[in-house]
Design a protein around this ligand. Structure first.
Ligand SMILES: [Zn+2]
Length: 138
């Protein structure tokens, strides 16, 4: 098992998790573009959107929507960007399907720096609490 996101999905590698269900896990990006930058991915290993089953994509986009709502409601985001890269030519770096859900703020910091432990704990707690209200756990 060499895939980083498979390791996170199986609890072998750590991450600041904001939501998880039987098939999906969402956690903070290790190099966030902005505060609260979250990745939503399936626990099972699919590389691109093209090979991912439709019913799983439906569940994934529901979580993407909930994360975006939580970023607005609990982090005060003014806008949210959703990005999903397929293939290295398109900028995919981790070859396990994932959606970036990136909140944007009025005059906020933009630029990838490594997530600090303090920010990881704080932001994941805020988003996790908000997502607990939006999405029922399964
Ligand atoms: Zn994987």
């Amino acid at each position: 098992m060499s895939c980083t996101f498979c390791k996170i999905a199986r609890g072998v590698a750590s991450a600041y998790v904001v939501y998880e269900s039987e098939r999906i896990i969402a956690f903070l990006d290790k190099y966030p573009v902005t505060r609260g930058h979250t990745l939503v991915c399936p626990r099972d290993h699919y590389v691109t959107i093209m090979e991912t089953p439709d019913n799983l994509l439906y569940d994934l986009i529901r979580v993407v929507k909930a994360v975006a709502r939580a970023q607005v409601a609990a982090l005060g985001a003014r806008g949210v960007r959703v990005v999903q890269n397929n293939g290295s030519a398109a900028g995919q770096v981790i070859f396990h399907l994932h959606f970036h859900v990136i909140p944007f703020y009025e005059g906020g910091r933009v630029g990838r720096t490594e997530l600090s432990h303090e920010e990881g704990v704080e932001v994941s707690a805020i988003l996790s609490r908000e997502l607990g209200k939006i999405m029922p756990r399964s």
